[in-house]
Write a protein of this length. Structure first.
Length: 461
């Protein structure tokens, strides 16, 4: 093969290899090693300290052997590693560099060398500065984590950015982690990110500068998706502004920290037409919220409803919330599934258009409950049952019979499901493409059928 195939064909073969196989290619010959490197477009590297000059030089040399690298994830020190990437990866489009914060100088240097960057994820230390951001002309996705002690007033940064308030950054996705009350420099982002469609706030105690944030939500009305994770102190404020000013919102996620009254007010008063709602609120979601969903016409076309660890809802609320338009339903670790007999059957009768179902981590869910639902949902394409320990092979076999379009199933950590059930999925499901399951549960027939039908097997252990 090494002598009879042209470089282009070998590179295409190497691109299609799985990571364990591709790692062995470099041992075949020097030519194969060179072609493997030239065909590699994505790398994930971990560099522990110390970061001495020889380490950085070695990294630069290694990266220079990958001329078509477009995506890189670096775990390790801040500026030294980032500058090594700057010197060696001119075609880079996606950069993820968690861990130690990087300096504005390093980001300026990066913008000058990697002009095609469209996605950046880095950490910044306080005091915050964003005057480097306009230098990235191709940037669409930005993810920032803020570290260091909170600084009550950052007037210097406000003065630096006052003249740049009429910029129009091209960002479409903005993710911010760890905003504190003193981060007034964020006014630069809120003033200039007019095209943001996806906003994520994680572990935030504040929005930094409230007037600028309020204007961001009111006047730059392109926002379609909002995610609030572990940010209890700002949830009420954000939901209040979204309900009052945002008309374009289609998707809302609130995890691990909510406000009962604020969420109810939002559901009752939002003017946006929703397609997706994702809530993980163990003690902040009640039936009143789900019933309100059914009463607001802006939720009548809800396509995706995901609830996780929601302990206070009952079947009454769930049956009110789901509608015929729904295509995906997730009830993850929701004890109402086990607590109310016949609930899944009742939901299944209302969900004839369902394509995705996630009932993961309902450990006591019985076979009859799952089967009673899927017999009414024949169009299911994906089912996730991870951690449902009481389910048996009989439930999986019944699901295969009822769901002719089944493509993807997760039955990992399901102690009652064994080789017979997995074999039925791989062999008998005509459209099947992917299964997540322990390798020990694959029978010889299942392995043979998976290879013949190109079924992807994900070993979860």
């Amino acid at each position: 093969m090494d002598t009879h195939l042209c470089d282009e064909l070998l590179e295409e073969i190497f691109r299609r290899l799985s990571p364990p196989s591709s790692a062995a290619v470099s041992l075949v010959s020097k030519r194969c090693r060179r072609l493997l490197r030239s065909s590699t477009t994505s790398l994930s590297l971990n560099f522990p300290p110390p970061y001495n000059p020889s380490t950085i030089k070695s990294l630069s040399t290694f990266l220079s052997h990958h001329p078509y690298l477009s995506s890189i994830s670096l775990t390790g020190g801040g500026d030294p590693l980032l500058l090594a990437v700057t010197d060696s990866c001119p075609n880079l489009r996606h950069l993820r560099h968690p861990g130690d914060p990087v300096s504005p100088f390093a980001l300026y240097t990066l913008s000058a060398s990697c002009v095609h960057l469209s996605s950046i994820s880095v950490s910044l230390s306080r005091p915050l500065s964003f005057h480097w951001l306009p230098c990235f002309n191709s940037l669409k996705r930005l993810s920032l984590s803020f570290t260091g002690p909170s600084i009550e007033d950052n007037n210097l940064e406000i003065e630096e950015n006052r003249d740049a308030s009429d910029l129009e950054l091209n960002l479409e996705s903005l993710s911010l982690r760890g905003i504190s009350a003193g981060d007034s420099a964020l006014s630069f982002l809120w003033r200039n990110c007019r095209n943001v469609k996806n906003l994520q706030l994680k572990s935030c105690d504040s929005v930094g500068d409230y007037p600028s944030f309020s204007k961001f939500l009111k006047f730059w009305n392109n926002l379609e998706e909002v995610e609030l994770r572990t940010s209890r102190s700002i949830v009420d404020l954000v939901l209040l502004k979204l309900a009052a000013d945002c008309l374009s919102l289609q998707s809302l996620l609130v995890h691990d920290g909510g406000n009962k009254e604020g969420l109810l007010h939002f559901i009752n008063h939002t003017k946006s037409s929703f397609k997706r709602l994702d809530l993980r609120l163990p003690l902040d979601l009640e039936n009143a919220h789900l019933i309100a969903l059914s009463q607001n016409p802006n939720f009548k076309n809800l396509k995706i409803l995901r609830l996780e660890s929601c302990c206070l809802v009952t079947g009454e609320g769930l049956k009110a919330a789901v509608g015929e338009a729904m295509e995906e339903l997730a009830l993850i670790n929701c004890d109402v599934v086990e607590r109310e007999a016949g609930l899944l059957a009742a939901l299944g009768q209302k969900l004839g258009n369902l394509r995705g179902l996630d009932l993961s981590h309902n450990e006591m869910m019985a076979d009859k409950d799952l089967v009673s639902m899927v017999v009414s949902c024949g169009g299911l394409e994906e089912v996730r049952l991870r951690g449902c320990g009481r389910l048996s092979d009989a439930a999986v076999i019944a699901m295969v019979r009822s769901c002719r379009n089944l493509e993807r199933v997760d039955v990992s950590r399901c102690g009652g499901i064994g080789g017979e059930g997995v074999e039925a999925l791989v062999v008998k499901a005509a459209a099947f493409r992917r299964v997540a399951v322990e390798e020990s549960k694959l029978t010889p027939l299942a392995k043979t059928a998976a290879a013949r039908k190109c079924v992807e097997i994900v070993d979860t252990l």
